[in-house]
Design a protein around this ligand. Structure first.
Ligand SMILES: C[S@@+](CC[C@H](N)C(=O)[O-])C[C@H]1O[C@@H](n2cnc3c(N)ncnc32)[C@H](O)[C@@H]1O
Length: 256
């Protein structure tokens, strides 16, 4: 089992944190939606593939949890999390979804945000989640399914859509793995919130290549897309700002 090591890169880890920030309101709306699937007050929360810790810190701020554990295999991403998203109720731990370094039956809520397509062994990860959640605890998968690749980023880098069609699982793939591990499907939905107030802000974020997917493009391809995005951002100065929304699919399953 070889894991995706893209996030071990310190440059990407720093760029990821800065380039994937979203407006406070959007982060709060997302966090509250995710937290709404916890079926008890003061839930114990785990984020698998926590990255730079944005959702761990947000959960600690807005969900009144008993504790939050953020697990990630990348030391570089966790260093950013500790530096920028520390909180007294959040503990960051190094580990992978397929062998989680936590006790069985401990958590009420597990979040996997933008991580499911990185997992080398999804069925094994689903079994691990069944182990660490208490019966009835919820796992929330926040992702983009292969059948809905409609983000704005593809307008500027169309080859990313082809690459992501190969990389991202379908809804059926994910539901199949979780139900095979004994989970019950509670909800399949999607939700969109602004990630940038206008194209200029969006451009300023993407200029640092803050996502591992940009590593699959040639420097020329990347510059070409950025050039088109900059031109549209300049035009927007005349027409007025248009917020950039990002939609994510959400699967919520409950543990056996
Ligand atoms: C795109 S980032 C998402 C970070 C965060 N959850 C978010 O939504 O901003 C993907 C993260 O998944 C982690 N990852 C990669 N392989 C993993 C695995 N096998 N188990 C757990 N996390 C993994 C990477 O190190 C990276 O931090």
């Amino acid at each position: 089992m070889t894991r995706d090591r893209a996030h071990d890169d310190e440059r990407l880890a720093g760029a990821y944190r800065r380039g994937n920030e979203m407006p406070e309101e959007s982060l709060r709306d997302w966090t509250r939606l995710i937290g709404s699937f916890a079926d008890r007050p003061a839930p114990a929360i785990v984020e698998v593939g926590a990255g730079t810790g944005v959702f761990c810190a947000a959960a600690a701020r807005w969900l009144a949890p008993s504790s939050v554990v953020g697990v990630d295999p990348s030391a570089a991403m966790l260093a950013e999390a500790v530096r920028h998203h520390a909180h007294p109720r959040v503990h960051y731990v190094r580990g992978a979804a397929e062998a989680l370094p936590v006790r069985s039956g401990t958590f009420d809520l597990a979040l996997l945000s933008r991580v499911i397509h990185h997992l080398p062994d999804r069925p094994r990860a689903a079994r691990e989640l069944a182990r660490i959640l208490r019966p009835g605890g919820a796992a929330v998968v926040r992702t983009t399914f292969r059948e809905r690749l409609d983000a704005l980023v593809y307008d500027y880098w169309p080859r990313l859509r082809e690459l992501d069609r190969e990389r991202f699982p379908s809804a059926d793939d994910v539901l199949g793995d979780f139900t095979a591990a004994g989970f019950t499907v509670l909800k399949v939905t999607s939700f969109a919130r602004p990630v940038a107030e206008d194209l200029r802000t969006y451009h300023a974020r993407l200029i640092t290549r803050p996502r591992s997917k940009f590593g699959h493009l040639t420097p020329e391809e990347f510059e070409d897309g950025l050039h088109h995005l900059a031109a549209d951002a300049r035009r927007e100065l005349a027409t007025g700002p248009v917020p950039v929304d990002e939609r994510y699919d959400l699967v919520v399953v409950t543990a056996p």
